[in-house]
Design a binder for this molecule. Sequence first.
Ligand code: SF4
Ligand code: SF4
Length: 212
Amino acid sequence: MSGLPGILKGLVTTARTALRPTHTAEYPDVAPDLPPRSRGVIALLEENCTSCMLCARECPDWCIYIDSHKETIPATTEGGRERQRNVLDRFAIDFSLCMYCGICIEVCPFDALHWSPQFEYAEVDILDMLHEKDRLGGWMATVPPPPALDEKSAEPAEIAASNKPARGTGLVGAGGAATGGPGARMPRTVRPRPATARPQPESPEPEPPDAT
Ligand code: SF4
Ligand code: SF4
């Protein structure tokens, strides 16, 4: 192309570009095809949250706000002890401060926070970017199901725990030997000992008493 005049080079470039397929995203008429682990918004599964405050403490932007109070649960048996549990009053995330690092989701020990790929929640007023727990809970409907486990991966800890025999009863949980589920274990067999007795060491001959 070095011998062609400039105008011809330009026409060739124009023709080549015109024949290439276009990659223009037709959003919002066509929804984008997002990768499965897209970070759009954080959803809250309220019943899993124990108000442990771990997410709020670890958030580098301090944009998680949690309020809770303790509630006394009466004893279920006579003479039993009362118990206390945390009741979540407020859980809010300020998405005008959030930097979508995902630390809160990683540290939550009870799987109460999840990523949703939903990203269409822009607001005219920045104060509306503060999502309270009802709105955060509403995002749960848009959280995709977790990907299937690899074929040879280890059994999830929750299922392995449910398959363990209950202590002292010999019973097993769901999926265990009692239910014939996939995690059923064969009962331990006790092998009988062989009939041949172990050879005993020969006892020494008794010495004759002294003839004195
Ligand atoms: S994603 Fe990061 S910045 Fe946003 S709320 Fe969670 S911990 Fe805070
Ligand atoms: S969302 Fe998870 S880490 Fe945060 S307070 Fe609730 S249980 Fe604790």
